[in-house]
Write a protein of this length. Structure first.
Length: 64
């Protein structure tokens, strides 16, 4: 399910002409959570897709 949500997130970005797989972005960790640093629209949203995936995998670690 986590991977499916991540794929959907990336697909949604493609509709805005963002190639999420090639975006470079910056993030930091705070209290065990990733946070995206403000960047361009595509970079920011690509980062958010990846952060959401990371948190989903963490919550469901027994299934992966």
């Amino acid at each position: 399910r986590c991977c499916q949500q991540h794929d959907t997130c990336y697909d949604n970005l493609e509709s805005y002409r963002c190639n999420a797989k090639k975006e470079h972005y910056s993030y930091s960790w705070h209290q065990g959570r990733p946070f995206c640093k403000n960047d361009s629209w595509c970079n920011q949203h690509s980062c958010e897709c990846d952060c959401t995936l990371a948190l989903c995998l963490k919550r469901n670690i027994r299934n992966y």
